[in-house]
Design a protein around this ligand. Structure first.
Ligand code: URA
Length: 439
């Protein structure tokens, strides 16, 4: 696709895309004017995809200053509408995870925080690649709709306290176009671009407080702690400068969260958490993030553990799902076929790799390779043991679920080397669930 030519009658463009690319290619700083123009001109189709992908690669290789990142974020916010929740009778807080395997925390967290008196406007996405998407998970509930108008969102926030929905087309349209381009040009993993992409949507969304869950480990974008700290600091600075009370938690994604990876499988586990059960790591992280959200919204005196224990969070869950057409009491879909993977030896499970489990779930049909692909509601992986557990040879380690059994072979290939069983008495060398907190 080529750049659009300027009609003779139109005003000339104030900058030239090639000059902007060359500035960054030569490790220079982009001016405020260049940044405002390139984002706006790309959204209008005047800067072509090949020019923007070249600029994104120059940014990935040469970085951006704090000023450039703030200006880039502001330009992406200005490309669309801004929402305003100031008319609500309660404060707002949102959570954003940078994405991981088995990360269904939003599902119990949003109703839990709402049950404690803070409204949660949670604009979520669909999964791409090995990380799952919150909307795909909720769509396994019969009748549930991801799309909600701005008016309905405000009403639901006032009446129920929590909304999990798709971001409307009007919110940061520059990011939508740029994110799709980065996805196919090897330019997703650039800290300035990830930080500005996430924060432009969160600031435009209009939340008063924001807790960022920055995942670290094989199943996350950020493979090491130092990189994750840099991303977290960049996002906290962007949020704080925009007047949003922002805190970031660095959390472990070496190993999947919880015991399931897959859409309906993760919804079932979320309901267990809301019913007072569920895997300990999921319960811990849900409560940790809920405490941070409540504190950021000025309600630190409330203990979310009470609302989980007495069923108030579960009540909000039912109302939140039903408000968007979902039958929260319906049976969730199960995959038609399963395959059990058994422990090859006896000892201590010291490793269960998040990326490999995520890729297996994806290949079983839980995720998509292209945006337009369908997902299987019941597909995924159930884990029977997590690192630290003692296992005996022949014990079930994982159960693979899919509607299409021809997928088992590729999923099993993905799992090669995913676990390690060490002799009895060994201690796994694991990162803690919460690695760091940046505010
Ligand atoms: N999530 C986003 O919204 N944007 C990114 O760039 C990466 C993850």
């Amino acid at each position: 696709m080529g750049a659009m030519t300027t009609p003779a009658s139109a005003a000339p463009e104030p900058f030239d895309a090639v000059d902007v690319i060359v500035t960054k290619r030569n490790k220079g700083d982009l001016s405020d004017g260049q940044i405002d123009w390139v984002i706006d001109a790309y959204t209008r189709g005047v800067v072509a995809d090949e020019q923007m992908s070249s600029l994104a690669m120059a940014i990935l290789l040469n970085g951006m200053t704090r000023r450039e990142i703030a200006r880039w974020t502001g330009a992406m916010i200005a490309s669309g509408e801004r929402m305003d929740f100031s008319s609500l009778s309660r404060p707002t807080a949102d959570k954003h995870s940078t994405g991981g395997v088995g990360d269904m925390i939003t599902l119990p967290l949003a109703p839990l925080v709402a049950a404690c008196g803070v409204a949660v406007p949670q604009l979520s996405g669909r999964g791409l690649g090995h990380t799952g998407g919150t909307l795909d998970k909720l769509e396994s509930i019969p009748g549930w709709r991801a799309s909600v108008s701005n008016e309905q969102m405000l009403r639901q926030l006032e009446e129920v306290g929590a909304v999990i929905c798709a971001a409307g087309a009007g919110l940061a349209p520059a990011d939508k176009k740029l994110y799709a381009l980065r996805d196919v040009t090897g330019t997703v993993e650039a800290i300035p671009l990830i930080a500005s992409s996430i924060m432009s949507k969160k600031i435009a969304e209009g939340t008063g407080a924001l807790v960022l869950d920055v995942k670290v480990g094989s199943g996350a974008f950020m493979k090491d702690v130092a990189q994750a700290q840099e991303l977290a600091r960049t996002m906290v600075a962007l949020g704080t400068d925009a007047g949003v009370k922002t805190v970031a938690m660095l959390t472990n994604m070496q190993t999947p969260l919880g015991l399931t990876a897959g859409n309906a499988l993760e919804v079932r586990q979320s309901v267990e958490v809301l019913a007072g059960g569920g895997p300990p790591d999921v319960v811990d992280l849900t409560l940790t993030l809920a405490r941070e959200m409540l504190a950021a919204a000025g309600r630190e005196e409330i203990d979310p553990a009470d609302a989980l224990a007495d069923g108030r969070a579960m009540d909000v869950w039912h109302r939140m799902i039903q408000a968007q057409g979902g039958d929260s009491h319906a049976l969730l879909p199960w995959a038609r076929e399963t395959h059990e993977v058994r422990a090859p030896g006896t000892g201590v499970l010291t490793q269960l790799d998040a990326l490999k489990v995520g890729v297996a779930a994806w290949r079983l049909g839980a995720g998509r390779a292209r945006k337009e692909d369908p997902v299987q509601a019941g597909a995924g992986v159930v884990m029977h043991a997590k690192p630290g557990a003692y296992v005996r040879a022949g014990d079930p380690l994982l159960t693979l679920h899919t509607d299409t059994p021809e997928r088992f072979e590729r999923a099993l290939e993905a799992l090669e080397g995913a676990w390690f069983i060490a002799p009895e008495g060994s201690r796994p060398d694991l990162l803690p669930l919460v690695i760091d907190r940046i505010s």
